[in-house]
Design a binder for this molecule. Structure first.
Ligand code: ATP
Ligand code: MG
Length: 556
């Protein structure tokens, strides 16, 4: 059987490099990795990296590892380890083999540090933090050598062992690579590769009180796992020198086709903060309801809001992979989900701000059943059961006592069609002491169910509605952007730019078929937007729907 692959594969500079490496025979198989630090939930920026790394492995029949880059025990947490795995799987990817942890390699990393010391390429330095900064120099001025730089390998080995055994205090000394204090790349001015931290580690417990630094750990972990293309974001461009330097000086990693680092530009999204540290701040200050608040740009937040894995993957494909700095319009993310849901989301009716309608000439005491399509253009999606009766609710915005001809909704003395049901005419209304309409009294034309009036009169407007005795109460959470400025990261504090209207809650009614709405499953509430039942707070007893996106791009 032949299988025609019609899926369009992205093309980008990294895939071009891989194509060359495969055709030149440098590599016979591609092996990438996604290396999150478990210090927060994954966000949409990580999704870009996930789609790139796992997408390459998938398209080239290669492998992609999931490796927790866990060298900062104080900032990390096992709950983040769990949420990250869940998010990667939810996005539709599966890592190769077992989960990896940089901490799996702590013994080996320690051995490699010993190898560098033995070769006279690393030393234990007792300069204080402040002195170290002073000695480092600036971009314009070269640094100065540490007075501990020429200690003998034997002495350094003994000192490093004392560090490991816990004989020194935190910050008292550190192991540094001996590279070049005059390098134009600051990261090459004798960087620290091991520091002392008396901290409990979520994987290794209390075994270690010295922890390797990222730059030392990452390249060695890649090399141990036989990664071929180590893809990271542009801020690590300079660090590539250190990545190569460490591997160049370790006997185990001299193969000509060993791992190489490639950098691409990170995703920046308008009106969105994209750093775990800043997102963590929003959570700890309770400016949002946790990491999975539907306003958060986290995978868990987008999921709770009603985004689908396919829409996020589509977004990552559309933005592409380059080395150019960029600020992507949020409209692009909205468009991806809107296009998908327009095609696939079943339709339903929800009245967010109900006002009562009484059909005075409706003859039956009991409501009648109406069968409506789940989707106007897709019969295969089936039907749903609605009820029509003497008492209904419509949205308060859909009625006016008087209005000009541009208002194609319900007006006193005029007709409108109720979606999936009859044409009604507003006759009069009741108001409360403040002048708010409380009840609209109407008549209906019994001969207009699913057809136009027999006398040929035209009724243009269509509004949505629910039947009073069968509708279910529901809470609607209407979300808007969390920030009022397109670049919130540019502000000293988020307080200046947080949007006080980012969540508006209204209580209304939904058609009865929604009582069994599955969490996260999208519906188009006709004329209102795309919504899904909240995956934490919604139940048959208390329905809660989150606004995913409005029907059209209305933000201004
Ligand atoms: P943050 O600053 O949000 O904490 P990070 O880079 O420190 O991000 P890591 O957990 O270290 O977070 O990231 C794991 C991987 O995801 C890295 O390879 C990193 O380059 C990539 N990544 C992180 N943020 C983005 C982004 N905005 N766009 C693309 N890739 C990203
Ligand atoms: Mg990081």
């Amino acid at each position: 059987m032949s299988h025609v692959d019609t899926e369009v594969r992205p093309s980008n500079f990294i895939r071009n490099i891989i194509d060359e490496d495969l055709s030149s025979g440098k590599h016979s198989q591609v092996h990438t990795r996604f290396p999150p630090e478990p210090n927060g939930f994954l966000h949409i920026g990580h999704a870009k990296s996930i789609c790139l790394n796992f997408g390459i492995a998938k398209d080239y029949q290669g492998q992609c590892n999931l490796r927790f880059d866990d060298t900062n025990p104080e900032k990390e947490d096992i709950n983040y380890v769990k949420s990250i795995q869940e998010d990667v799987r939810w996005l539709g990817f599966q890592w190769s083999g077992d989960i990896r942890y940089s901490s799996n390699y702590f013994d080996q990393l320690h051995q490699y540090a010993v190898e560098l010391i033995t070769k006279g390429l690393a030393y234990v330095c007792f300069l204080t933090g402040e002195q170290t900064r002073e000695y480092r120099g600036t971009l314009k001025e070269p640094g100065k050598n540490s007075p501990y730089r020429d200690t003998s390998p034997e002495e350094n080995l003994a000192l490093f062992e004392k560090m490991r055994k816990g004989d020194f205090k935190e910050g008292e000394c550190a192991l540094r690579a001996k590279i070049d204090m005059a390098s134009p790349f600051m990261c090459m001015r004798d960087p620290v590769i091991y520091r002392i931290r008396f901290a409990h580690h979520h994987q290794t417990g209390d075994k270690w009180c010295i922890y390797p630094m990222y730059d030392f750990t990452h390249c060695i972990s890649d090399a141990i796992e036989n990664i071929t293309h180590s893809i990271c974001t542009l801020e690590f461009q300079d660090n590539r020198r250190l990545y190569d330097w460490v591997l160049d000086h370790l006997d185990d990693f001299q193969a000509p086709n060993r791992t190489r680092q490639y950098e691409f530009s990170r995703l920046n999204l308008e009106y969105t903060l994209m750093s775990k540290r800043k997102l963590n701040d929003l959570v700890t200050r309770q400016l949002v309801d946790g990491w999975d608040d539907p306003r958060m740009p986290t995978i868990a937040g987008l999921r709770r809001r009603g985004y689908t894995p396919a829409s996020i993957r589509e977004f990552c494909q559309r933005i592409g992979v380059t080395k150019q700095e960029n600020l992507i319009e949020v409209g692009m993310l909205d468009a991806c989900i809107r296009e998908e849901l327009n095609e696939h989301a079943p339709r339903a009716m929800a009245v967010l701000r109900p006002v009562k309608v009484v059909i005075e000439n409706y003859p039956n005491a009991q409501p009648e059943q109406i069968i409506a399509p789940a989707h106007p253009n897709n019969e295969a999606m089936g039907t749903r059961e609605l009820f029509f009766g003497r008492e209904l609710f419509i949205d308060v915005e859909d009625f006016k006592e008087e209005a000009n001809k541009h208002f194609k909704r319900l007006v006193l003395g005029k007709e409108v069609r109720l979606r999936n049901a009859y044409i009604i005419k507003a006759e009069r209304c009741d108001k409360d002491a403040d002048g708010n309409v409380t009840t609209v009294y109407c008549t209906y034309d019994a001969d207009t169910l699913g057809k136009n009036p027999a006398d040929g009169r035209k009724v243009k407007g269509v509004i949505h509605w629910v039947e009073a005795s069968t509708a279910k109460p529901a809470e609607f959470r209407l979300y808007d952007r969390l920030f009022t400025n397109e670049n919130p990261a540019a502000f000293e504090t988020v307080d200046e730019v947080i949007n006080p209207q980012s969540l508006v809650i209204v209580n209304g009614l939904v058609e009865p078929s929604l009582v069994s709405a599955e969490a996260e499953k999208a519906y188009q509430f006709e004329r209102e937007g795309y919504f899904c039942a909240d995956n934490k707070d919604s139940s048959a007893e208390h329905l809660v729907f989150n606004l995913t996106v409005p029907l059209r791009d209305t933000f201004s």
